[in-house]
Design a protein around this ligand. Structure first.
Ligand SMILES: [Zn+2]
Ligand SMILES: [Zn+2]
Ligand SMILES: [Zn+2]
Length: 141
């Protein structure tokens, strides 16, 4: 399974469709994620962001990241109490992610554990689920 992530064109269309202005700051944020292609903590995004906007504050970047997440341009995950962000995965078909805790690289997992989970919860209706696997990728191991 090859992973497909939201690209610049798609991201700008989503912003427009939802009535958000395409600002230089939002464009820069999307560029940062396109270049890195991995999960990043807010403080790392801020460091990259400040190369173009030296006076940018943590709060501003944080708020913009959440806006982009709400619009499904970015996705986020929690690891070790820290919120990490990356471009939203647009890969078709139901799948989950393996996330490298060292470099933030993401790999698709085509296995879904939900059939087994449903079997152990007879009579319950499951409406949603989230399943992520963390560890070290071959490059970091
Ligand atoms: Zn995916
Ligand atoms: Zn890695
Ligand atoms: Zn699943």
């Amino acid at each position: 399974m090859e992973m497909v992530f939201v690209n610049t064109e798609r991201a700008l269309t989503i912003l427009k469709e939802n009535g958000f202005k395409q600002t230089k700051q939002r464009e820069k944020l999307i560029d940062i994620f396109l270049e890195k292609d991995q999960y990043m903590p807010v403080k790392e995004v801020l460091k990259e962001f400040q190369q173009d906007f030296p006076s940018a504050r943590y709060d501003t970047v944080y708020r913009n990241l959440y806006t982009l997440k709400d619009l499904n341009i970015l996705e986020s995950t929690m690891f070790n109490g820290e919120q990490l962000f990356r471009l939203h995965c647009d890969t078709l078909g139901h799948h989950h992610h393996f996330i490298c805790t060292e470099c933030g690289k993401t790999s698709p997992i085509e296995v879904c554990p939900m059939d087994t989970v449903q079997q152990s919860l007879p009579g319950y209706e499951i409406s949603n689920h989230k399943f992520e696997v963390f560890g070290l990728c071959p490059g970091c191991n």
